[in-house]
Design a protein around this ligand. Structure first.
Ligand SMILES: [Zn+2]
Length: 124
């Protein structure tokens, strides 16, 4: 059961990795701002259409893209700090997290798991 998300906020809730969603829920708790999901599980066709990587974690239901409300420097930084802090918790530390942020032009944040041994943080 997720504290901050309902199934209808996802295009393909049933295809999402449930442990990943619990992790995302923990990040959302700590961040304290609204996450508006803009991309979750993708079919191969969806993924090609948006120019996603052929090995994208979106294909496995282990990635989401979202924007935050409200958006400002403090909330944006807060989400990044929350993602890093939560991914370091003993409960989640065995899952390498990929965090990609795009401050401009669309301010999207991408969080994913794909079995990486270490977390990575990419500003694009
Ligand atoms: Zn993504």
């Amino acid at each position: 059961m997720l504290k901050h998300f309902s199934e209808d906020e996802f295009n393909h809730f049933d295809k999402m990795d449930k442990r990943f969603l619990e992790f995302l829920d923990d990040v959302r708790s700590l961040a304290g701002v609204a996450f508006v999901i803009t991309s979750d599980y993708r079919t191969r066709e969806d993924n090609q259409r948006v120019g996603g990587s052929a090995t994208s974690a979106h294909l496995k239901g282990r990635a989401v893209d979202f924007v935050i409300r409200p958006w400002n420097g403090a909330t944006y930084y807060g989400v990044i700090a929350a993602a890093v802090a939560v991914s370091s918790m003993p409960k989640w530390a065995s899952h390498g997290m990929e965090l990609k942020v795009a401050p401009t032009p669309n301010r999207h944040i991408h969080i994913a798991w794909d079995g990486w041994p270490q977390s990575s943080f990419i500003v694009g």
